[in-house]
Ligand binder design. Structure first.
Ligand SMILES: Cc1cc2nc3c(=O)[nH]c(=O)nc-3n(C[C@H](O)[C@H](O)[C@H](O)COP(=O)(O)O)c2cc1C
Length: 159
C-alpha cells in the first residue's frame, strides 16, 4: 500500500511524529512531505493520505487547512488519517478537529490522533519563546509525546 503523509511543523514535533508513523508502517511504501505554501500536493498515486499539523492558538497550520479545503473531494476518495500535535490532551481532540476540519472529512477519516507535544524553544522566535515560557510556567501543562496514541492510530490504519 502507498501512503503519503502531508504535514506542517513549526518546531519539528509534527515531522517527528510523521517519521514515527513511517517506522511503524515500514512494511508499506511511505512518503513524507511538508505541505507547500500553495497547498498543492499531488497524491493521486497514494491509497492512504495522512494529514498532520501542530496547533497554535487553537488553529491548525494555515497551509494544512488550505490543502484540506482545496483537495476535499479527492481526499474523500482515499483512506485518510488526521493527527494533531498539541499541548492539549487527547480528550480534547474532537473539539480541535471540529474547529479546524470539514465535517465530511472528519467523518470520512479512518484514524484520528492527538500525539501530544514538545516545546522546542530553540526553534521558536524570541517573542513566541518568551510568551510560551510564561504560559507553561503558569499553566504547567503535561508535555510529551503520546506514543500509545501513535500506536493506536497506526493500528486503525492497518485494520
Ligand atoms: C505559538 C504557539 C501556540 C500554541 N498554541 C497551542 C494551543 O492553542 N493549543 C495547544 O494544545 N497547544 C498549543 N501549542 C503547543 C504546540 O501545538 C505543540 O508544542 C506542538 O508540539 C508543536 O508542534 P510542532 O513542533 O510541529 O510545531 C502552541 C505552541 C506555540 C509555539
Amino acid at each position: 500500500m502507498k501512503i503519503l503523509t502531508i504535514y506542517d511543523t513549526y518546531t519539528g514535533t509534527t515531522e517527528k511524529c510523521a517519521q514515527i508513523i513511517s517506522q511503524k508502517l515500514s512494511s508499506e511504501e511511505v512518503r513524507i512531505t511538508r505541505v507547500p505554501k500553495n497547498g498543492e500536493v499531488d497524491f493521486q498515486d497514494y491509497d492512504i493520505v495522512l494529514i498532520g499539523s501542530y496547533v497554535h492558538a487553537g488553529k491548525i497550520s494555515r497551509r494544512i487547512s488550505k490543502f484540506c479545503k482545496k483537495n476535499l473531494e479527492k481526499l474523500l476518495s482515499r483512506r485518510v488519517g488526521i493527527f494533531l500535535c498539541m499541548l492539549s490532551q487527547p480528550e480534547n481532540l474532537e473539539k480541535y478537529l471540529k474547529d479546524n476540519f470539514d465535517d465530511e472529512l472528519l467523518q470520512h477519516a479512518v484514524a484520528k490522533g492527538c500525539f501530544g507535544s514538545e516545546l522546542n524553544y530553540e526553534m521558536m522566535n524570541p517573542i513566541i519563546r518568551f510568551i510560551i515560557r510564561q504560559i507553561v510556567k503558569k499553566a504547567q501543562p503535561e508535555i510529551g509525546l503520546h506514543l500509545d496514541e501513535i500506536e493506536k492510530f497506526v493500528q486503525k490504519l492497518k485494520s
